[in-house]
Design a protein around this ligand. Structure first.
Ligand code: GH3
Ligand code: MG
Ligand code: MG
Ligand code: MG
Ligand code: MG
Length: 296
């Protein structure tokens, strides 16, 4: 999917309508693909999930209503806005269409201005859905993955690591004596410290890793295909980088340290949550033995 451009799948068994609508939509700046029936449409959606499906109702094999119901039953990567086209103008038909999962409908013959206006309205819904997704996936203060996203990623990597016997390591990071920063310099200074620590951790890891904000001043990372020894070496490098940060805030320069707990999946680690618990236990050891250190 090209970012910023709304992609539309047009579905109609009438090639003349497909050509006409495709021309209108392409001229309006949309990226258009076409399908001649619901069956072809399903394949196209599975191949590359479009933002909007504009579908005819009456088609051979799989009709528009069945297509709408099918789309709503799939676990697609994002919400698909469904607009159906119909010559059936009766109230009960429209109700059936909307009940099957469609968002909106348009009566044939299609008016170009109305079609484009309804697609702009679709874009407003899709933008909201996108924003909700970002809010759920990302932490608002740091932009890091949220706890929920972390656990989704963890469960995927957990299965992969079991299936292919890849190592999998987890690192828990907690800022030392963070409460003092808030108490001495204020909550806004504390927030700035959290953001800088987040940036430092993100900059230090690979794209295949995930960094999440787990709670207040606590971060959890997952390092796929990494053994504990290498994760601990990496964690100690991060510990040094965090200690070397100079955080300018309100005319002052703040410095922090952090403690890190490292664990890897062992043959007897029963669940993915247990791996996170093990990293948490190691973190407690790092705190207890003096802070500003890594424990395994
Ligand atoms: P330790 O070395 O044992 O980790 O001590 P600590 O002071 O870092 O730990 P503690 O858990 O006692 O304090 C964490 C503090 O983080 C308490 C809470 O007020 C603060 N906090 C939690 N979330 C936020 C946030 O989003 N912004 C700011 N500024 N502070 C937060
Ligand atoms: Mg038709
Ligand atoms: Mg702390
Ligand atoms: Mg804490
Ligand atoms: Mg251990």
């Amino acid at each position: 999917m090209t970012p910023g451009v709304t992609s539309i799948l047009l579905v109609d068994d009438d090639p003349a309508i497909l050509r006409l609508l495709a021309r209108w939509l392409e001229q309006a700046g949309y990226r258009v693909t076409t399908a001649r029936d619901g069956y072809e449409a399903k394949q196209a959606i599975e191949r590359e999930c479009p933002h909007v499906v504009v579908t005819d109702w009456e088609m051979p094999h799989v009709d528009g209503l069945e297509l709408c119901r099918w789309v709503r039953g799939q676990n697609l990567p994002h919400y698909v806005y469904l607009l159906f086209l119909t010559v059936r103008a009766g109230l009960s038909d429209l109700v059936r269409g909307l009940e099957s999962g469609a968002d909106d409908f348009l009566k044939k013959p299609i008016d170009k201005d109305e079609l484009l206006a309804r697609l702009r309205s679709a874009k407003r819904v899709l933008d909201l859905e996108e924003r909700l997704g970002v809010l759920a996936r990302c932490d608002a203060l740091t932009g890091l993955a949220s706890r929920r996203t972390f656990f989704e990623f963890l469960n995927r990597e957990w299965s992969r690591s079991q299936r292919y016997r890849f190592p999998l390591s987890c690192v828990m990071v907690d800022i030392d004596y963070f409460k003092r920063i808030n108490d001495t310099h204020g909550h806004a200074a504390g927030d700035e410290v959290i953001r800088r620590v987040a940036d430092c951790l993100s900059a230090g890891c690979r794209t295949s890793d995930i960094v999440s904000r787990h709670g207040g001043e606590e971060f959890c990372l997952l390092l796929p295909e990494t053994i504990e020894h290498n994760a601990a070496t990496w964690a100690d490098r991060m510990r040094q980088k965090l200690a070397a940060l100079r955080i300018e805030f309100g005319g002052k320069t703040l410095q922090i340290t952090a403690s890190l707990g490292v664990a890897q999946r062992m043959s007897d680690t029963a669940t993915s949550e247990q791996l996170v618990d093990m990293a948490d236990q190691a973190l407690i050891v790092a705190k207890r033995t003096g802070r500003d250190r890594v424990a395994t």
